[in-house]
Design a protein. Structure first.
Length: 412
């Protein structure tokens, strides 16, 4: 492939930098905005190119040596070549740009952050290893700069060949208050031995039939896989195979921001998961209503909400707003606030329509995808809501992954 001299213009979702060549966008990993680069074109599509850096002619003052010897091989981090402060500024800019493109007047973004290393409590291993970037090739390792000390203690003490086979979920953190006995503050859950499906880059013409058993979709009440963590003085229980935030330090700050200033008779926790927000909302409202389609997760939510005035609906958000919301409000009073934490695809259309129509006074919207969040917030703003505060929840330093909290108010 040919080479070219290009200037990196801006960081885009995923952590690559964007440059332009012959009227086409060029995506360049491990670049920093403003750098002049000699690149080798590795893929040329009709409307974009991909390239790799051959030489950094004009390095950014923010370029640093990566902390990890596996950087670029492991599929995890994408920003270790950038200093921590500028990484955070780039993520803040990505978030702001998503909202600005939707025509939303964006208030100054508040950043909730923690340590840039040693923060990640969760890791998924495959036969004791990680997957290499964009492949199913094994990457053996004994430590990870972004992992918690407890997780690294396990990795360094258990050789790769002695780790459980198959897909294994590990959760290890000093806040883990009960564990399965593998090691202090460590919970392991091994799943069925997996059959790896060949990885196809760039979308091959012939699809590969996926024979891999579907991944664990939620949680199950199995004591050997249960994790109990202490967050801001409260105990939250979940299954290590289900979803739970892996940066507990920032999670504590996010919970405080989500619940700050909220109070009243009745609050809705939409897409509640295991009830992490609900546990804290119960201190501020007379009643909490939880909606979560994954009924296995809702089993843990019931455990976490024991003794608190609440009711739960094991249905989708769409089913709740069409079939149950009116009844719930009639029984317990109109909702004073909604906390909503949808999947990456964003709010279900029916849920967003309902929020635009019923005008709950306060909405706290948490998201793991700024594009879909900005889309949904734009609809709410058009319906009369005001975006009062926008937070970057900086859960994943050394990556371009963005999570955020948007605070909205409605005034008739």
């Amino acid at each position: 492939m040919e080479t070219a001299v290009l200037t990196a213009e801006k960081l885009v979702a995923g952590g690559d930098c964007l440059a332009r060549r012959n009227g086409k966008n060029v995506f360049i990993p491990k670049a920093i905005p403003g750098e002049e680069l000699v690149v080798r074109i590795t893929k040329s599509a009709r409307d974009y190119d991909r390239a790799e850096i051959e030489e950094v002619r004009t390095p950014s003052p923010h370029r640093v040596a990566p902390r990890c010897p596996l950087y670029g091989t492991c599929g995890g981090c994408s920003m270790q070549h950038i200093d921590d402060d500028f990484q955070q500024e780039l993520r803040r800019t990505l978030l702001t740009d998503c909202f600005s493109r939707e025509g939303i007047q964006v208030p100054p973004v508040t950043v909730l952050a923690g340590d840039s290393t040693g923060y990640r409590s969760r890791m998924q291993l495959h036969d004791g290893s990680l997957f290499a970037k964009a492949t199913n090739d094994a990457v053996d390792f004994t430590a990870c700069p972004v992992a918690t000390p407890e997780l690294n203690a396990y990795l360094s003490s258990v050789p790769q060949e002695k780790r459980p086979r198959g897909r294994v979920q590990i959760f290890a953190d000093s806040r883990v208050s009960s564990f399965s006995g593998t090691a202090e503050h460590v919970v392991l859950a091994a799943e069925e031995p997996e059959k790896k499906t060949p990885y196809i880059q760039g979308g091959g013409k012939r699809p590969v039939k996926n024979k891999v058993k579907k991944r664990f979709s939620g949680t199950a009440l199995s004591p050997e896989n249960s994790v109990e963590v202490t967050l801001s003085g409260k105990t939250i229980r979940f299954d290590v195979r289900g979803f739970f935030q892996s940066n507990l330090g920032v999670l504590e700050k996010a919970v405080a921001a989500v619940t700050d200033g909220l109070h009243g008779k009745h609050v809705l926790d939409m897409y509640s998961g295991v009830g992490t927000f609900s546990v804290f909302l119960a201190d501020r409202f007379e009643k909490v209503t939880l909606v979560e389609h994954n009924r296995d997760a809702l089993v843990y939510a019931e455990i976490n909400m024991a003794g608190k005035n609440h009711e739960s609906y094991g249905v989708s958000g769409e089913r709740f707003v069409t079939d149950n919301a009116e009844e719930a409000a009639a029984r317990s009073g109109a909702f004073d606030a909604v906390v909503i934490d949808p999947p990456r695809s964003g709010m279900e259309k029916a849920v967003c329509d309902w929020l635009c129509r019923v005008h709950v006074p306060v909405i706290r919207s948490v998201s793991c995808d700024p594009v879909t969040q900005a889309r949904d917030i734009a609809r709410l703003v058009k319906a009369g809501y005001t975006l009062t505060t926008l937070y970057l929840l900086d859960f994943y330093p050394q990556t371009a992954h963005i999570e955020s909290l948007a605070c909205l108010e409605y005034h008739a």
